[in-house]
Design a binder for this molecule. Sequence first.
Ligand code: MN
Length: 252
Amino acid sequence: MPLILLTNDDSIFSPGLKALEEALSGLGDLYVVAPDTEKSAVSFTLTIQQPLRVNRLDQRHFAVSGTPTDCAYLGIKTLLPKRPDFVVSGINLGANLGEDTIYSGTVAGAFQSSLLGVPALAVSAIENREGEYDFTAASRIVRKLIPFLLDHPLEEGKILSVNVPFRPKGVLFSKLGHKRYDSEIVEKVDPRGKPYYWIGPGHIRTFGEEESDVKTVEKGYASVAPLSLDFCDERLYGDLKKGEENLLATLF
Ligand code: MN
């Protein structure tokens, strides 16, 4: 049986993580290493300024005083009896589409695992208008994807990001689209008279190709998007090289 590490960014007590664990039971030898409190939107934060504490809740559940990235490190390198064969990060409560990917702790947990050489996927469930979640479809999709990915491992630095709307019509592969936040800043005064600021979601604008994750989900389908950590823009590199002579002369 493959050894599968589960993590997330909503904390070890999240119903999404519980649903994932139930969904994958029987599919592998499951271990959970997850933050002890919510760490949404921490991206790749690595805790290096303070020690990490691990609360072993039982044989297979470790609550860590850190981020999903910390959990991937500790889980893969120390806490588990052996190196895991696969990592699943989720099921996140809420979408991780377009630019959410940059901030997402869920996605970072999967990417960090992939960078440590363990194939991984991230999975997020999207609430309905009433704010309710149904993890059934996300659970089924992940349960089907894992055996496939164990047979066809992704390269290091590449993951799949799965986003599942409430009771989807089907599943489609998609590219990363765009989801931009024009965040409002709330400014108030604390009980000691000092100002504080809080960044809210503000107005959200989504756009992208028909095959993008944002459009796929808007049409009511679950999205399976391949993601890479290669940030290099090949086209811009080409453009810079073309004008190299003139530009470089001014730089040095
Ligand atoms: Mn989250």
